[in-house]
Design a protein around this ligand. Structure first.
Ligand SMILES: [Zn+2]
Length: 209
């Protein structure tokens, strides 16, 4: 398996490239910016982009999804409860961070739901609904590899903000306890910003729990 992290965009979002070496099929998680760099890397590795997965609809995670799709193809995935974030730059936060506010207003190809199994080549991911940071936030669990892509739900030593439109602190805490802390302690946690951690380490040391 190929797994690479690219730090993209003005908010230093972790974008992940996951590919199956055998079939060369690849998915990108949270392409929030720097599309040309992501596209260049996919081409350099000779991969076929088949899925563009978004943990949530904030602009710093989804902004370049449509640029990627236009250049390389692939279906765009998002949870339906985060669709409003794509359409309104105030709830999608574009207006908060950029002088030239824009929202992607793009079309989503596949709507995600709890427990859904996604498979691309030999890559298999399970969708876990983890609302709190946004209403439609999800995590992608690669149980085979012991990896969880958590977006902005949980960070090393911290949690995602819940003061944006649609955010809820109690729901976020509940999501982490029920969906993330119930996984194996050794599970690698790859967040939307900052360094990676593990379920066990956050259970022991995260000050919010
Ligand atoms: Zn966010």
């Amino acid at each position: 398996m190929i797994l690479e992290q690219l730090v993209v965009g003005m908010l230093q979002t972790n974008c992940y490239l996951v590919a199956d070496e055998e079939t060369r099929q690849a998915v990108v998680i949270d392409p929030g910016g720097d599309a040309s760099r992501i596209i260049g890397r996919i081409q350099q590795l000779g991969l076929e982009l088949v899925g563009i997965l978004n943990t949530h609809g904030h602009f710093d995670h989804v902004l370049d999804a449509w640029t990627l799709k236009e250049a390389l193809g692939g279906l765009i995935f998002l949870h339906p409860k985060d669709e409003p974030l794509l359409m309104d730059h105030k709830v999608g936060l574009g207006a908060l961070f950029t002088a030239t506010a824009r929202s992607p207003q793009g079309k989503v190809d596949e709507w995600l739901e709890e427990g859904e199994e996604l498979s691309f080549g030999n890559i298999r991911l399970t969708v876990l609904e983890t609302p709190g940071h946004t209403p439609g936030h999800v995590a992608f669990h690669m149980a085979d590899a012991g990896i969880l892509f958590v977006g902005d739900t949980l960070f090393a030593g911290s949690i995602g903000r819940t003061d944006f439109p649609g955010g809820s602190y109690p729901r976020l805490i509940q999501s982490v306890k029920e969906k993330i802390f119930t996984l194996d302690d050794a599970t690698r946690v790859l967040p939307g910003h900052g360094p990676e951690t593990t379920v066990g380490r956050e259970k022991r040391t995260n000050p919010f729990f």
